[in-house]
Design a protein around this ligand. Structure first.
Ligand SMILES: [Zn+2]
Length: 70
């Protein structure tokens, strides 16, 4: 049974940058704000996204390093 008092209440800011931020809603969902767009994930989905983004950022850094060498 959903608990109405927990549905989409005040959100807690988990992280923020100039162009994006991540909030946690009391309903348990994670809100990823990118400009005027908000993407919502459950905790498991968000963790997978975060891991994938971290992996991609590392891969991109390695590509950039490789290019910089030449
Ligand atoms: Zn919510």
């Amino acid at each position: 049974m959903p608990r109405p008092e927990l549905a989409h209440g005040p959100r807690q800011r988990l992280a923020g940058r100039a162009s994006c931020s991540v909030d946690r809603c009391p309903c348990g969902s994670l809100h990823v704000n990118l400009g005027s767009v908000t993407l919502r994930f459950d905790e498991q989905e968000f963790k997978e996204l975060a891991a994938a983004l971290g992996e991609a950022a590392s891969a991109l850094a390695r590509c950039s390093d490789a290019v910089a060498v030449h």
